[in-house]
Design a protein around this ligand. Structure first.
Ligand code: SF4
Ligand code: FES
Length: 380
């Protein structure tokens, strides 16, 4: 390995450790890539432990143990223990099904700090249709009950789309009932599998507006009891979000096979060179990886971002969305109202949401391509 020069960059705050792409659920909005890493390609325990030690040395504070389903790894307890020993705050991002409950006590014993549980809907039949797994809902509820019994803080994460937007009030009630401290009402971000399923998932604008009003009312009503984070849908927004906190500024994402990405969808951008923890240290990757350098800062920006006074607030939005919608990862994110493509994107969203019958979901699978392939760089 090469020696690393003193790092002039601020340290990354968070590490998303995608321990595996294996998952018992098949959510049609999964943000994992269309080509999922197989089990045989996954990093071993010792390599993850080395990566975690390098993350701590680099200044990372939070580790999100994610997937796929992270509890599908036999070594999840060992990996979590390593986080605790290194002083890293560990957040388990889990579906709570298929054996997750069996490992929960051991995870708590070794120092797990926080649990984020996905819920697909409040109503069981709908949740199980969306997640593609029968009998998932009772398992999730039992899991949540044990999380709070162990005294671990619980966040529920609900990805919102056409198929469950009517259930936002019920999801808020569910979070209260399960003893969650936080609820994420996260409108779908359209990349990965969600881009493939966009016409099936796109909600109507009046429903989106209603969901925002419901969240605002609930925030007031439940002050001190439940915090509700709201991620509004990009296609109907005025300005985009600072995706991943800005490219190469706050987060590192390590895939199951060890590639280090600036965001979880970065592999959709052709021509980027990703370095792997199998070959280099995390510090070297953070400082020098071509993929991290590609859109870091503002020098790469085109107009209207280049001269926009928001350019260091949202960092031009999402590179992966710019690629998907504009065919150019360096373009202004078309979610931005200042993008020349914004009107077209909104019109498309309205047309898709107006379909009388939503198309069937194309469920996420390992080793199976979606029926309709999304060409890389396909404009809207
Ligand atoms: Fe952000 Fe670029 Fe839009 Fe300005 S033009 S608000 S920097 S995306
Ligand atoms: Fe890649 Fe937004 S998901 S930059």
């Amino acid at each position: 390995m090469n020696a690393v020069a003193p790092n002039p960059l601020p340290a990354p705050i968070g590490l998303l450790a995608e321990l595996t792409h294996r998952c018992p659920l098949r959510c049609p909005y999964c943000s994992n890539p269309l080509e999922l890493d197989r089990r045989s390609a996954e990093l071993d325990t010792a390599t993850w432990q080395r990566v975690l030690a390098e993350a701590a040395a680099l200044g990372v504070l939070h580790v999100h143990l994610s997937g796929g389903e992270p509890t599908a790894r036999q070594d999840i307890v060992e990996i979590t223990r390593t986080c605790a020993e290194l002083g890293l705050y560990s957040n388990l991002i889990t579906s709570g099904v298929a054996g997750a409950l069996d490992k929960l006590d051991a995870l708590s014993d070794v120092g797990l700090d926080h649990v984020q549980l996905s819920v697909q809907a409040a109503e069981a039949a709908n949740a199980e249709r969306i997640g593609g797994l029968k009998n998932a809902q009772p398992q999730k509820f039992a899991f949540a009950e044990r999380v709070t019994a162990l005294g671990l803080p619980l966040t529920l994460n609900a990805v919102i789309h056409r198929g469950n937007i009517a259930e936002v009030p019920a999801l808020i009630d569910l979070a209260v009932r399960l003893g969650a401290k936080r609820l994420e009402v996260a409108h779908t971000q359209y990349y990965g599998w969600a881009y493939v399923n966009r016409a099936a998932l796109m909600p109507a604008k009046p429903d989106v507006d209603r969901s925002i009003r419901i969240v605002e009312e609930a925030r007031e009503r439940l002050k001190g009891q439940l915090v509700i984070d709201l991620v509004v849908p990009d296609y109907y927004a005025k300005y985009p979000k600072a995706c991943a906190g800005g490219w190469g500024r706050r987060l590192m994402n390590v895939t199951p096979a060890g590639k280090v990405l600036p965001c979880h969808a970065a592999e959709t951008i052709p021509g980027l060179e990703f370095w792997s923890v199998q070959d280099r240290s995390l510090a070297e990757i953070w400082a020098r990886s071509p993929a991290f350098q590609a859109y870091r800062g503002t020098a790469w920006m085109q107009e209207p971002c280049r001269s926009c006074d928001r350019r260091e607030k949202d960092w031009g939005g999402c590179r992966c969305q710019a690629l998907a919608l504009a065919g150019d990862a360096a373009a202004t994110d078309p979610a931005c109202s200042l993008s020349p493509l914004h009107g077209k994107v909104q019109a498309l969203a309205i047309a898709e949401s107006a379909l009388e019958t939503a198309p069937d979901y194309q469920y996420r699978t390992i080793g199976g391509a979606p029926r309709v392939a999304v060409p890389e760089g396909a404009p809207v």
